[in-house]
Design a binder for this molecule. Structure first.
Ligand SMILES: Nc1ncnc2c1ncn2[C@@H]1O[C@H](COP(=O)(O)OP(=O)(O)OP(=O)(O)O)[C@@H](O)[C@H]1O
Ligand code: SF4
Ligand SMILES: [Mg+2]
Length: 348
């Protein structure tokens, strides 16, 4: 294993990570903390979605991806609250906004797609009513004109026989069709940012690919930004521009997809990639040893320390035990939170 310790803790200051210009930023999350009661599940999270990009957020189950997305949308489940940090959309801090103001922002400036589209559709309203709503609510059209435009929007997301589908109810749609309807409704308000939380996980592989192609095409056409939450690194590779890796409530690595997949620096990212590569081979399975830490269970030092195959025997092991590394630059637009930052290739 080629371990290259680029920084000795306490000896040199890491280079500051290059920050994009504020005008290039759609969503900027800084130091976000979210707790359920006194259990903190997202802790000090920094995440930036630039204008016109697809940023993928990946990480094992329970790392805090959905809680982060819901915090950004002001849609946290009951019992959860933001206990620190900021969520800035186009320069406006959303934390603590009055519910009516947040309602206006949702659907017009930011929209969300969920894993279970049918569950998100109103079972008592037709497709026409649900797709028309953002048009009259956020874009100033009359209800009549909004309803008239619905078949065109359904056609744009690849729904055949749009006039007939516009009269359907949620239970009459397949999963893939329901997700297309959700995409049509989300894009009808012309949002600058779309947050998609595992939007294709519940769909079969063929439909999954169609929906991802559709999302990418519509994103390119409209220039909107997308925060795409997924556990599937294959989807990241084919869909996203940049990727952020989350572990136990924090980002441990982020950067351009090609660079990060080519040269993953954090041992957790390396393990995720290794697991995803080997899973495609029928006779070999690799799972990351140990179980994912929850932010609430944390002790001092690096959160990944109990599962890390790198720290033992290195000269940074003491720091790994006692001090949490910061997210610092390790390449052009590439940041990593690791004392050792090994530069080995993935797979070994
Ligand atoms: N309603 C809830 N009540 C209490 N704890 C919760 C609740 N929802 C989430 N959590 C906790 O918050 C943490 C982060 O959960 P979250 O749903 O964001 O994970 P995730 O990364 O989206 O996982 P997955 O990939 O399974 O969707 C987890 O430890 C989870 O147990
Ligand atoms: S800081 Fe130490 S324990 Fe954490 S990932 Fe890096 S080498 Fe492993
Ligand atoms: Mg989730």
């Amino acid at each position: 294993m080629n371990r290259r310790s680029q920084r000795q803790p306490g000896t040199t200051t890491p280079p500051p990570a290059a920050a994009p210009e504020a005008t290039d930023v759609a969503l900027d999350i800084r130091g976000l903390r979210v707790a359920f009661g006194d259990a903190t599940v997202v802790e000090g999270l920094d995440l930036t979605v630039r204008r016109g990009e697809i940023l993928a957020l990946v990480g094992e189950s329970g790392s805090g991806k959905s809680v982060t997305a819901r915090a950004a949308m002001g849609l946290l489940p009951s019992g959860a609250r933001i206990t620190g940090g900021s969520v800035t959309l186009d320069g406006e801090d959303l934390v603590g906004l009055a519910p009516r103001r947040m309602d206006r922002i949702r659907g017009s400036r930011v929209a969300m797609l969920f894993q279970q589209p049918r569950a998100m559709l109103d079972p008592t309203a037709t497709v026409r009513d649900q797709v028309a709503e953002p048009l009259w609510l956020h874009r100033g059209l009359s209800r009549r004109e909004a309803r008239r435009r619905v078949p065109g929007l359904l056609r744009d997301v690849g729904i055949p026989e749009p006039e007939r589908r516009a009269r359907a109810y949620a239970h009459q749609l397949s999963g893939g069709m329901a997700q297309r309807v959700m995409i049509a409704a989300a894009l009808a308000g012309d949002p600058g940012l779309l947050i998609a939380d595992e939007p294709t996980t519940a769909l079969d592989v063929t439909v999954q690919a169609q929906i991802l192609r559709l999302l990418k095409r519509r994103q390119r056409e409209s220039g909107m930004s997308v925060l795409l939450i997924t556990h599937d690194l294959g989807i990241v590779a084919t869909t996203a521009d940049r990727v952020a890796v989350m572990y136990a409530g924090r980002i441990v690595e982020d950067g351009p997809v090609a660079e990060l997949f080519e040269s993953p620096r954090h041992p957790y990212t390396q393990a995720l990639l290794r697991a995803s590569l080997l899973r495609r081979e029928a006779d070999r399975l690799y799972t990351i040893p140990g179980s994912a830490a929850r932010a609430r269970e944390l002790r001092r030092g690096c959160r990944f320390r109990p599962r890390c195959p790198v720290a033992d025997g290195t000269d940074v092991a003491g720091s790994c035990e006692n001090e949490e590394p910061t997210l610092s630059s390790c390449g052009s637009g590439h940041r990593c939170r690791c004392w050792a930052r090994p530069a080995e290739a993935v797979g070994g």
